[in-house]
Design a protein around this ligand. Structure first.
Ligand SMILES: Cc1cc2nc3c(=O)[nH]c(=O)nc-3n(C[C@H](O)[C@H](O)[C@H](O)COP(=O)(O)OP(=O)(O)OC[C@H]3O[C@@H](n4cnc5c(N)ncnc54)[C@H](O)[C@@H]3O)c2cc1C
Length: 586
């Protein structure tokens, strides 16, 4: 019998595992995908090798790349970019770590109050989360992003929009700023040379400006794992979890089992209540099944898999909200073509942003040439100049929204990606019951019925659609003022990079699955600690920092309520994941 079993080692799970192991609990962390213990031996910077959704080393599939990727059903034109393996989708992520907007929390009374999805606000106040934000920001750590050419171009346009620069962690008004990100700043020779022979640790530390954030960070060469620049959880929280006995007084190392896909959560009736007792998982390499019990179970398989596991386990769903309310920032892309060098391929891949509380956010987005071509061809609006699928919005951009293909795409990519500047639109989207994860009727895989993700770009609320249009116009204006000679509006089909709130916590028992403490309303001792626990889409800011702050708070609730422990956030000083004691024990 373990103290705690955590399911999933992505953005949220390792946070709970690390915090509880540091307090001496016996934690088992189960991850369905691979553990890339020596990335330099098995990863490359080749885009297809890394990102191919069927065969890439960063895909949602088993550790053995010869086996097929795991099934998801998408009944609409959309694309899910989620990664299995230790680190989960943070292996892909860009490390951007803004806090949520205040307007999405209970008790907010600002003048723009009605601009948010108030019906689905967090069940506690923003102020309550601040100490947990600070704790995670010190642990990862989160710092102000390193700057380069693409940021200069972005800020030139942002400044000319007439909005101020923001210098605080809390976002209170429309503004622009360097990202607060979880990427170690360049030190030594890093950022000063492109000569690979001089970019070796410890001569170089932190971000080497390689520009491959999307493909799993393994820089600088020869750095210990917890000194890799990008603080995906495989480089930060997981090393901490596995070495807790070395850096925390009374700490106990987490047991991590990769290639271990949980297929069932077990419960029993106690005193008239349903209580979680443990899980069964399947080992990918052998197909064997194992069962283990625990005093508390924490689900952190991500916004798509956590509801799937719940439904496949036959757990209660009396109000029908398990899997519902899936928010995704209704992303869109706007790309500017410049006559000057934009430096889009270099540095932390997304280091500048604008925030528009009440509408969402814009951020600069660097990708390699293959993903650049892919993202310019992913549209719900057909092909520019040919057909529109009944959409093809007109506006300040050139021509109609839609896919860029053929000679136009060739022209855009003439100099690789370095005459382009992409802006990612992060829409503040409403929680809608119809956007959901349910179980597919397609033949099941080895883990049970596959998840079916239903998310149609055409059935969003009026507020969501208006926010996206507002942001697309602001992005176009920014690019024009920065000097773009041409601006493409892409009108992306749903691209699922940021997914949240499918097991949402809420004030009302009628439309939420979790209590304000992230415990299931219907099964005791069963908690959720991934993006699915979020009450809403945070107003548009990138989700992982908030998920990790919430997961820290959830770990504290578990420790105090079920293990008689004391709260620590605010009472102790956090240890940074770059601490040498983490390195030496690995
Ligand atoms: C290209 C890209 C860029 C991004 N950039 C940013 C950014 O800059 N900032 C930001 O905040 N967010 C960013 N994100 C989003 C970020 O990656 C997610 O917010 C974060 O990873 C979510 O954490 P999670 O724990 O909910 O899910 P995940 O990270 O997806 O982790 C879930 C884990 O659980 C495992 N799992 C699932 N089911 C089971 C099971 N039944 N048994 C065992 N294991 C299971 C999965 O294999 C996976 O490893 C980005 C995403 C993408 C794709």
């Amino acid at each position: 019998m373990r103290d705690v079993i955590v399911v999933g080692a992505g953005g949220g799970g390792p946070v709970v595992a690390k915090e509880l192991a540091a307090r001496g609990l016996d934690v088992l962390l189960l991850e369905g995908g691979a553990h890339h213990t020596d990335p330099r031996a098995s990863w490359t910077h080749f885009e297809n090798d890394a990102n191919n959704p069927l065969t890439g080393f960063l895909r949602f599939g088993p550790a053995d790349r010869r086996k097929p990727a795991w099934l998801r059903e998408e009944p609409q034109n959309s694309f899910i970019l989620q990664v299995a393996g230790v680190g989960g989708t943070t292996q892909h992520y860009y490390g951007n770590s803004p806090r949520a907007f205040r307007g999405v929390f209970a008790g907010y009374e600002g003048p723009d109050r009605d601009a948010y999805d108030r019906a689905h606000a967090f069940p506690f106040r923003y102020e309550e989360l601040i100490p947990y934000y600070e704790w995670v920001e010190a642990t990862l750590p989160v710092q102000t992003a390193a700057m380069g050419t693409k940021e200069t171009v972005f800020f030139r346009g942002a400044e000319r929009l007439g909005i101020p620069v923001q210098t605080t962690k809390d976002t209170l008004r429309a503004s622009y700023r360097p990202q607060e990100n979880a990427i170690l700043q360049p030190g030594g020779t890093a950022g000063r040379t492109t000569d690979p022979a001089r970019l070796i640790y410890p001569q170089a530390t932190g971000c080497t400006y390689c520009g491959f954030c999307l493909q799993g960070c393994m820089e600088p060469v020869r750095a210990p794992r917890n000194q890799y620049a990008k603080r995906s959880t495989d480089n930060s929280y997981v090393p901490m979890a596995m070495t807790a006995s070395a850096w925390a007084r009374g700490g106990r190392d987490v047991t991590l089992l990769p290639d271990s896909f949980v297929v069932k959560v077990h419960t029993e009736r106690r005193g008239g209540e349903s209580v979680a007792t443990g899980v069964t998982w399947r080992t990918g390499a052998t197909g064997e099944r194992h069962r283990e019990d625990a005093r508390v179970v924490v689900l952190a398989g991500g916004a798509t898999e956590t509801p799937r596991l719940w439904l496949n386990s036959g757990l209660p769903n009396p109000n029908g909200w398990v899997g519902r309310g899936y928010t995704d920032h209704f992303l869109d892309g706007v790309t500017g073509l410049f006559d000057e060098e934009t430096g889009s391929s270099k540095g932390p891949s997304s280091a500048a942003r604008c925030d528009f509380p009440g509408h969402g956010a814009l951020e600069q987005l660097g990708v390699g040439p293959a993903i650049q071509a892919y993202q310019m061809a992913l549209s719900g609006s057909g092909v520019r100049g040919r057909y529109t699928n009944g959409r093809g919005m007109t506006g300040p951009w050139d021509g109609r929204a839609g896919r860029v293909i053929g000679p136009e795409l060739k022209d855009a990519l003439l100099n690789g990606v370095d005459r382009l500047l992409n802006i990612l639109i992060l829409t503040d989207d409403d929680v809608q019951a119809r956007n959901r994860v349910s179980l597919s009727v397609l033949p099941p895989d080895a883990h049970g019925a596959a998840p079916k993700v239903s998310l149609d770009g055409r059935t969003r609320t009026r507020r969501t659609a208006a926010n996206r249009e507002f942001l697309a116009r602001r992005a176009t204006e920014l690019l024009r003022r920065a000097g773009a000679r041409k601006v493409y509006r892409l009108d992306w089909a749903p691209l699922l990079l940021h997914v949240h709130s499918s097991m949402r916590m809420g004030r009302s028992a009628a439309d939420s699955v979790l209590t304000a403490d992230a415990e299931s309303r219907w099964v005791r001792k069963l908690y959720v600690a991934d993006n699915s626990a979020l009450a809403n889409s945070l107003g548009g800011p990138n989700p992982t920092l908030t998920t990790q702050a919430l997961a820290t708070r959830t770990a504290e609730k578990i420790f105090t309520r079920h293990f008689g422990g004391r709260a620590w956030v605010g009472a102790e000083a956090p240890v940074a994941s770059t601490d040498p004691r983490v390195t030496h024990a690995l």
